[in-house]
Design a protein. Sequence first.
Length: 499
Amino acid sequence: MDTQLIDRFDSDDDEQSQMAIGSNVDKNVGNSSKKSRPRQTFPFGNCRVCSDSATGIHYGIATCEGCKGFFKRSILRKEKYRCYFDNACLINVTNRNRCKACRFRRCLDEGMSVDGVKMGRIPKLVKERALREQREQEIQQEKSQIKVTDEGRAREYSCSSSTSDRSVENYDPIKNDTVNEHRSTDVQPNRQTNDVQKKNDQTNLKEKEILKKKTPEFLPEDFSIDETIDLPISSTEKLPRQTLETMRNLAEKIQGDSKNVPLKLNDEETKLIAFIRFASNEIFLRHSRRVNQLESRMDKMVFEGIDDSLDDTSTVEDFLGTVPKIVEVIMRCAVFYVQELPGMNYMNGTNLHQMILRRAYDWFLLKYYLLLNRNGQCYFLDVHGFRYTRRWLNFFYGIEMANAMFDFAQSMRDLQLNQREQSLIVPLRLCQSDQTSNDDEMPRLLHSCYLVALFEELKQHHGEIKGKIHFNKVLQVLDLLTPLAESYQQHVGSRLVQA
């Protein structure tokens, strides 16, 4: 059976090669006087799976080379995929590699099948008609897209620039840190193709209209609380396996005690820590565009004296109806963020998934603590624009726990951390082991690395003596999360399940 499958896949590949070559091959090779005419390939349109440019009819439908190869590997290897987001992931050019389960299901839903392999070439009349229609569509698109601003081109260039040299082996701390100091915190997303962009806009149109009606003040037109929408492609490399021994050496020096920091680092350790600092900051910036917009909205509302709670007429049913969706969005954002962090590729999928579930509340509070304003009001929004004011925090978490959350937010503000220091706080907390951890070794190694990276960052900002004092203060504030997380698990977890 497997031999028959392989034969079918190979025949499909041969068929598409013949289609690409065309039927107008000059058999008289010796006649060099005739000039070869430029070949025009058949316009297959967009890939039915991910909306990329299709290269042929593969296994029954028009797909790109990437989806063709993915479907072929999945069938031959008899892969069994699993989705952690209720089988509802959006598959497009940008994120098609993030969930194999939803991508494979999309392939099947669109009609891909081994039985869909067909032999033969496209008739000439059909090809000419399709090419004519394609040219007409291109002319219409050019007319409707004449105006392209210089700003848009600059953003596209800045986000799609080559970053192949960003790895541990060729990382230059001085060069990259100098460039990074002048980088804007509002990272612009990569531009997708027109068809994919239109599809995404139509998908989120309803949500944006609702959001615009409920919260028209100080938010951009493209705002969404979901950081994964239009998320730029990651530009940082994962830690190679060769660095595992260096991580073990660092953990052996620290022995799980922050009092052993600072350390005298050798060349390999210095290079590893410098890369962790750089990569963590890059990832932090990529995942902070939406929260920066919320913080800007909050600052303007506070400055102009706008109180979000005065016109809040929402009911308990309205609030509870928003909880499942916002939890789904927060978990998706957490997964996308955490899996990119340096060193997380060392952990297997199950342990990483359990760690994210265990630390989801910590991640949420560390990411959005600035929205718990010192005036006692909360400025967080859900996907549809529902305003999570202090009233709803008191209702959901309880007054005592809500007060503790605001106290923690104030303690974090008092630290006055810059963005590079903040980027190391989240992974440091995530990798802190506890009694519920199944695999303690890898989180322990990563926690040691991020501990040293945080100190080195603080030392660069404050000097070694003041940096050590600030380092201890940061760890003390992070310890405040432990009772908060325990209270969340005990009192809010059951309420969340009911919602």
